[in-house]
Ligand binder design. Structure first.
Ligand code: GSH
Length: 206
């Protein structure tokens, strides 16, 4: 099989999902990593060639470009013979997909808040926008705390996504003390973070 090419950046939580999945499934050795910088206000021509939305992750494989992270993760899960991270059928499949939706939803809100507070010129920032996104983040965190049991067990696409989402909060929203009122989720994350796939993909310190 020709090598796949993953366009990613070390701080991207969506790309981290794919990188962690690749490690969990043993496919990481079959992927060449291409480190790129992206921003919604400064297009990256190389990324645009592989994803018309201009976002990472994008995966080039067999003359085709795949995006976004849920599609890439499902593709990778079809390329190996180990235990599937996205269960093929039954309730556990929907549990995993639902967790992925919550993790991605948290991340979508976090990225919008990050762009608002970091990229948008200061005189044009809108506090209600940030407040609205933080409310979504907290809503997901509260739900995860309430159903912390659904996170237990071997890693799935769902729990990998939640792990990457929580890791992104620590990376970019360090002052948002999400652990304070969510001890079960915090405990789960501490354990989950010890997986080699999570350790190998921790975002850089700045
Ligand atoms: N739904 C996409 C989201 C990807 C995404 O937003 N990636 C960010 C980097 S973390 C990006 O490429 N941002 C550049 C932009 O918004 O133009 C996925 O799951 O892959």
């Amino acid at each position: 099989m020709a090598k796949m090419k993953l366009y990613y950046s070390p701080g991207s939580p969506y790309a981290r999902k794919v990188r962690a999945m690749a490690i969990e499934t043993g496919l990481d050795k079959k992927i060449d990593m291409v480190n790129v910088a992206v921003s919604p206000v400064a297009a990256n021509a190389d990324v645009d060639k592989h994803n018309p939305i201009g976002k990472i992750p994008a995966l080039s494989v067999k003359g085709m470009d795949l995006f976004d992270s849920p599609v890439i993760c499902e593709y990778l899960d079809n390329q190996h013979k180990r235990r599937k991270l996205l269960p093929r059928k039954g309730r556990e499949r929907w549990v995993a997909l639902r967790l992925q939706a919550m993790g991605d939803g948290l991340l979508d809100a976090a990225l919008l808040a990050r762009y608002e507070g970091f990229l948008r010129p200061e005189d044009r920032r809108w506090p209600d926008w940030t407040k609205g996104q933080m409310k979504k983040i907290d809503g997901v965190l509260d739900q995860l705390e309430a159903e912390a049991k659904s996170l237990k067990g071997k890693p799935t696409l769902g729990t990998v996504t939640i792990g990457c989402a929580l890791g992104y909060l620590d990376f970019r929203f360090g002052s948002h003390d999400w652990r304070a009122k969510r001890p079960k989720l915090a405990k789960w994350f501490t354990t989950f973070s010890k997986l080699p796939s999570m350790k190998a993909t921790v975002p850089p310190s700045s």
